[in-house]
Design a protein around this ligand. Sequence first.
Ligand SMILES: Nc1nc2c(c(=O)[nH]1)N[C@H]1C(S)=C(S)[C@@H](COP(=O)(O)O)O[C@H]1N2
Ligand SMILES: [Mo]
Length: 524
Amino acid sequence: MQTRTIRDGISGLLAVALALGIAELIAGLTGAVAPIIATGDLLIDHAPGWFTHFVIGLLGKKDKPALIALVTLATLGVGVAIGLVGRSRPSRAQIGFAVLGAVGAAVATFDTPASSTQAALVAAFGPIIGATLGWQALRLLLLAGTIEDAPAPSGDTPAQPMTRRIPGRRAFLGFAAVAAGASATSFVAGRKLAGSSVDVEEQRRALAINAGTQEVNGALDLNGLSPLITPNKDFYRIDTTLTTPRVDVAKWRLKVSGMVERPFELTFDELLSLPSREEVITLTCVSNEVGGDLVGNARWLGVPLADLLNRAGVKSGATQVVGRSVDDFTVGFPTEVALDGRPALVAYAMNGEALPGPHGFPARLVVPGLYGYVSATKWLTEIELTTWEAFDAYWIPRGWSKNGPIKTQSRIDVPRDGRTVKPGRVAVAGVAWAGNRSISKVEVRARKRGESGDSNPWITARLSEALSGNAWRQWIAEWDAQAGDYLIEVRATDGKGDVQTDKYHRSDPDGATGWHQIDVRVRA
Ligand SMILES: Nc1nc2c(c(=O)[nH]1)N[C@H]1C(S)=C(S)[C@@H](COP(=O)(O)O)O[C@H]1N2
Ligand SMILES: [Mo]
């Protein structure tokens, strides 16, 4: 490849990198969303399922950084293309930048929460100014790339004065270094600024949450077994945002609106001053597969949702409660569920601490018995009463069931799948949950490979204390193991006496079913 071609490609790449850096800097300064993040958000919200699965499958749980990297690389790729055509057809390169700027502006505007028109307009600035400066940078870089290396002085070839003073390679490298430096600096500064405007950790520290002292008793303890209460740092996290929303509690409001007699709004201090209660509730994701780890059990402190609804006065016919977040995510569940006595909460503390940023600071919904996708709005800002038919929340048009009651599930934590253990007494242990139906029994069966299961007895497990009817229970079963290869399976029974179904179903559209099974070898 010709040196010039390489230089042109690099020029385009650097010019677009500069445009992105400038856009990021302006986003940081104005508090707007930057175009790369906005593009990622829009892909998450609108990309077809296979694309998201592809990205997640490719890079596992690092799907969010992966998506950001993918969008950045694709944009830089466009830059290379613009650079390559830029020399022979500058007008096309200019159009290229105009398109990048326009798309960036549109995407950033579109990704700004609907509540703020002004912010949406501001979001367009960064990409437009970035693209304009990027285009100018490309012109300079291409110009620098054109300067020929000074020819070796020979007889009568008159050297151009220009090339004699700045050898071409050095001129280009100089310009390129400046562009790269400016782009990196503005990028980093933009990210820093974006992070500094609202300090969630500081706000959390300033909150004196009392009621964090409640001890839990009756936990089972075994190496490898999930703790009865999941520590915040280990609690699974699922959401659709590329960047954790940072809420300024001074500006935050909780609205109760829609089909109510007396709509009202609360500040965070007002929310904190209302009667509160702490409840142990197991939260789980509808996309948790059998044996999966998208489930956790925590002590949630907050204001009963029913109190807020009663204060507003739910109108008859308001059959759906919709929870909206500051980033426009929505859930929806039957109003009945909020008023049937189960302790649904607007929670502001988790395990005795102010709600962590990733789990919804400053407040979120937690509804016993419902999967998170229909109930557990993080960064909650509005509770709207409407009819069941009038609105479909975020995940419903994406193919998930509108009703999301948690299905009975049990998971084996110990031994790990595929382990070899010694003959004799083997502790088989795990957790089991059934939404708001409590757990009354857990049983384990070890089947020798190649034998039918029916002849083997179920072993009843010992259970941890039932912290509430809405919490999981740990269990330990003692298995008298003899040499051989085994399939171990578990099943739970809920408080109504219904045994967990063995019928396998994957998670979509309304939650996985089937028994968790593991392989274990017993060897002396
Ligand atoms: N704002 C917002 N809230 C949200 C989500 C989201 O994407 N955005 N995801 C929901 C889903 S699908 C689940 S399972 C739970 C997960 O809560 P966690 O991350 O605290 O475990 O949050 C729910 N609340
Ligand atoms: Mo979920």
